[in-house]
Design a protein around this ligand. Structure first.
Ligand code: FES
Length: 107
Protein backbone atom coordinates (compact mmCIF):
# COMPACT_ATOMS: atom_id res chain seq x y z
CA UNK A 1 0.00 0.00 0.00
CA UNK A 2 2.77 2.44 0.85
CA UNK A 3 5.99 2.88 -1.02
CA UNK A 4 9.16 4.70 -0.22
CA UNK A 5 9.36 7.82 -2.39
CA UNK A 6 13.14 7.58 -2.27
CA UNK A 7 13.05 4.15 -3.82
CA UNK A 8 14.86 4.77 -7.10
CA UNK A 9 13.24 1.72 -8.68
CA UNK A 10 9.71 2.91 -7.94
CA UNK A 11 9.29 4.94 -11.13
CA UNK A 12 11.08 2.43 -13.33
CA UNK A 13 8.51 -0.24 -12.34
CA UNK A 14 5.62 1.90 -13.59
CA UNK A 15 4.92 1.67 -17.30
CA UNK A 16 5.61 4.85 -19.19
CA UNK A 17 3.26 6.81 -21.43
CA UNK A 18 4.76 8.53 -24.45
CA UNK A 19 3.12 11.65 -25.80
CA UNK A 20 4.18 14.48 -28.07
CA UNK A 21 4.89 17.91 -26.61
CA UNK A 22 5.46 20.56 -29.28
CA UNK A 23 6.51 17.80 -31.67
CA UNK A 24 8.97 16.08 -29.35
CA UNK A 25 8.34 12.71 -27.74
CA UNK A 26 8.11 12.74 -23.97
CA UNK A 27 7.59 9.77 -21.64
CA UNK A 28 5.97 10.16 -18.23
CA UNK A 29 4.86 7.55 -15.67
CA UNK A 30 1.45 6.00 -16.28
CA UNK A 31 -1.27 8.03 -14.59
CA UNK A 32 0.75 11.24 -14.52
CA UNK A 33 -0.92 14.43 -15.72
CA UNK A 34 0.10 16.09 -18.99
CA UNK A 35 1.63 18.90 -16.91
CA UNK A 36 4.32 16.45 -15.76
CA UNK A 37 5.51 16.19 -19.36
CA UNK A 38 5.77 19.98 -19.58
CA UNK A 39 7.69 20.21 -16.33
CA UNK A 40 9.91 17.28 -17.22
CA UNK A 41 10.93 19.05 -20.44
CA UNK A 42 11.21 22.46 -18.82
CA UNK A 43 8.58 23.72 -21.26
CA UNK A 44 6.23 26.58 -20.81
CA UNK A 45 2.52 25.85 -21.26
CA UNK A 46 1.44 29.14 -22.77
CA UNK A 47 2.13 32.80 -23.22
CA UNK A 48 -0.25 35.45 -21.95
CA UNK A 49 -2.58 37.30 -24.28
CA UNK A 50 -1.54 40.80 -23.21
CA UNK A 51 2.18 40.81 -22.52
CA UNK A 52 3.21 37.52 -24.07
CA UNK A 53 4.97 36.48 -20.87
CA UNK A 54 5.59 32.76 -20.43
CA UNK A 55 3.53 30.63 -18.04
CA UNK A 56 4.08 27.09 -16.76
CA UNK A 57 2.17 24.68 -14.50
CA UNK A 58 2.17 26.07 -10.98
CA UNK A 59 -0.48 24.73 -8.59
CA UNK A 60 -0.96 21.27 -10.15
CA UNK A 61 -4.52 21.11 -8.81
CA UNK A 62 -6.68 23.04 -11.28
CA UNK A 63 -6.71 26.41 -9.54
CA UNK A 64 -4.25 28.77 -11.27
CA UNK A 65 -4.95 28.04 -14.98
CA UNK A 66 -1.28 28.68 -15.81
CA UNK A 67 -1.05 25.26 -17.48
CA UNK A 68 -3.49 25.81 -20.37
CA UNK A 69 -2.38 23.93 -23.47
CA UNK A 70 -3.83 22.52 -26.65
CA UNK A 71 -4.38 18.76 -26.38
CA UNK A 72 -5.29 16.80 -29.52
CA UNK A 73 -6.43 20.01 -31.20
CA UNK A 74 -8.61 21.20 -28.31
CA UNK A 75 -7.36 24.51 -26.83
CA UNK A 76 -7.54 25.70 -23.22
CA UNK A 77 -7.15 22.30 -21.56
CA UNK A 78 -5.70 22.30 -18.06
CA UNK A 79 -2.61 20.13 -18.38
CA UNK A 80 -2.56 19.39 -14.66
CA UNK A 81 -6.08 17.93 -14.75
CA UNK A 82 -5.71 15.65 -17.78
CA UNK A 83 -4.01 12.26 -17.48
CA UNK A 84 -1.36 11.63 -20.10
CA UNK A 85 -2.35 9.05 -22.69
CA UNK A 86 -0.22 7.38 -25.34
CA UNK A 87 0.00 9.38 -28.56
CA UNK A 88 -1.49 12.60 -27.20
CA UNK A 89 -0.50 15.68 -29.18
CA UNK A 90 0.19 18.55 -26.79
CA UNK A 91 0.98 22.03 -28.06
CA UNK A 92 1.92 25.23 -26.31
CA UNK A 93 -0.59 28.07 -26.57
CA UNK A 94 0.58 31.49 -27.63
CA UNK A 95 -1.60 34.44 -26.71
CA UNK A 96 -5.37 34.49 -26.93
CA UNK A 97 -7.42 31.52 -28.05
CA UNK A 98 -10.78 31.96 -29.74
CA UNK A 99 -13.84 31.05 -27.72
CA UNK A 100 -15.90 28.39 -29.57
CA UNK A 101 -19.29 29.44 -30.93
CA UNK A 102 -22.00 29.29 -28.31
CA UNK A 103 -19.58 29.39 -25.36
CA UNK A 104 -18.72 33.06 -25.26
CA UNK A 105 -21.88 34.40 -23.67
CA UNK A 106 -23.54 37.62 -24.74
CA UNK A 107 -25.88 38.07 -27.68
S1 FES B 1 -1.16 24.09 -12.81
FE1 FES B 1 -2.63 25.38 -11.89
S2 FES B 1 -4.44 24.95 -12.98
FE2 FES B 1 -2.99 23.59 -13.78
Amino acid sequence: MFRNLRDEDADTRRPGVTLSVDGEACTVPSGAPVACALLQRGSIARTTGLSGSPRAPYCMMGICFECLVEIDGVPNRQACMVAAEPGMLVRRQDGHRPVPDGQGGGA
